[in-house]
Design a protein around this ligand. Sequence first.
Ligand code: ZN
Length: 134
Amino acid sequence: MKISHIEHIGIAVESIEAVLPYFENVLGLKCYNIEVVEDQKVKTAFLKCGEVKLELLEPTSPESTIAKYIEKKGQGMHHMAFCIEDGVSNALAEAEATGIRLIDKTPRKGAENLNIAFLHPKSTVGILTELCEH
Ligand code: ZN
């Protein structure tokens, strides 16, 4: 696969409203978009940090994987997303062929209308890895 850059870093939070002052007032980053991704049961907030974005993820239901993550590990870094130049489907096939465990067998729609797919952290040095394309 061909990675062009880190698209964003996902951070699990209990409440976007509660943590935004830290990111905006202390770090001086600007939130430019808040959107709910229904099928993932999350509300997301995006902040720009140079070329990279921070994606704050707040659960909208106790069944959300983010809610379960926070329950187990607390708030904090949740995943890392790479921008794939030669397509997420390609990258998934390549990764699977080398024995990497996939969470998504095919790309799906994520926040900001990206095509996304996740690799399982058991296969990726403990880092939940998101592959994405515009
Ligand atoms: Zn993400």
